[in-house]
Design a protein around this ligand. Sequence first.
Ligand code: HEC
Length: 424
Amino acid sequence: MAFLILEVYRSFGRPLLPMKFRPYFSACVRRSLMFSLLAFAAHIAHGAAPSFNAGDWVRLNRSETLLFKGQNFMPAPKGQEFSVLKNDAAQQQVYVAYFKEDDSMVAVTLPAEALEVAPRDGWGELLRGMEAFRDQRADEARRGLAAAAQDPVFKNLGASLQARINGALAAASQASAGKPQSLVSMVPTLRDTAVQLDKMGYPSLALALEEGVDRLGKQVAGGGAIAPSKLDRGEIVKRVTASTRAVNRCRQAVALHKMVEAKRQLDEGLKAEPARPELKALQARVEKEIADAEDDLKAAERMRKFAGGTVHALTALERGLKRCVDDPRLKALKKEMESAFEERTSPQVTAAMIGGGAGKDVLEEGRKLYTTRCTECHDLELLDSRTMTKWEGVVGGMARRAHLDDVQRGKIIQYISAAQATLK
Ligand code: HEC
């Protein structure tokens, strides 16, 4: 795949209706049958398109373009995950969070049909469960923590939080029936649990617990009667905000193969929340891609020195940039080798090419289309990166994205074919 600079997906106005129910079903297969049936009943009751809830994690089931205020904003590949801010059932679009370079968050939209609920792992259940407790959605809190208690990785933590939260919820319902004693006596233990969670490297769980306890306290005891927090809350809010932002920005960067940026986010996120599992999971992958890109760079630099090594150097360079588009040394080397690169991707039309059959005008026009229209979203690939049969397939597929007609497509293929045949 060529490395992406920008994917301008101008075909956005295509009809949406026939696909209306697809994401609903794809979301369903990933959930339990029970839940599917409930969701289906709700779906019929509301007569609405697939709906996601604020706080859900969703992922793209195809590559798409994020829209900001209706305008193209950023390409997003299949599989990228987002957290839902709001579901606009009437427009069948979903508002999701996007974190910009300056760390501000914007709400961007995606068509509902391109999204499915992201499968939740043990950590996802744990965090969502604790956030549900914070927001006083008791059933969801119980369900999330029960699922976490079954998870092979998080079962111990899950089970102990499950016991405490279930106890707190039971005490809260007694309190609302006029008997606050057991809730009041339980709060100091819950405050200690929050301190422990923070010590374990999970401030996001600690904060959700603290805020949930505050709310229960306000509700039943007029606020003053429960034990206060033992954590520096202002500081912990800062750290949780930073780690959540880092998770989002790291995912965004990985999706676009910006591994250097991803590494920066990882470092910042792990400083704020040292055990954050999403970051730990991304860490191994990011570090491997950076190390492999480093090897590609070394290979490219080595091969350049040999007579006839240029083409190998370019191949290594291209491979490295696919892994890691924002590696500054690879980018610098590419700039240095620009003319050699052009020679291997889009050479000028020569007499030898014309000798192959196609006329000069056709080839010139094919080259012009190729070097202008096919570079709108990414760089060109090496001519000998694939056979002519493969090129025909790729150009056929890409012509739709570049809005090229059959005649134009034919000219590009003729140019690629002639240029490839005369490649030294
Ligand atoms: C609107 C944006 C856009 C335009 C214009 C575009 N491409 Fe692409 N191209 C992409 C994207 C996105 C990918 C990434 C993978 C995918 O979705 O197939 C890609 C991937 C590729 C690949 C790698 C595919 C593979 O499977 O190895 C090649 C080669 C390629 N494009 C060639 C072209 C050519 C030739 C043209 C002009 C006819 C072109 N592209 C025009 C967006 C574009």
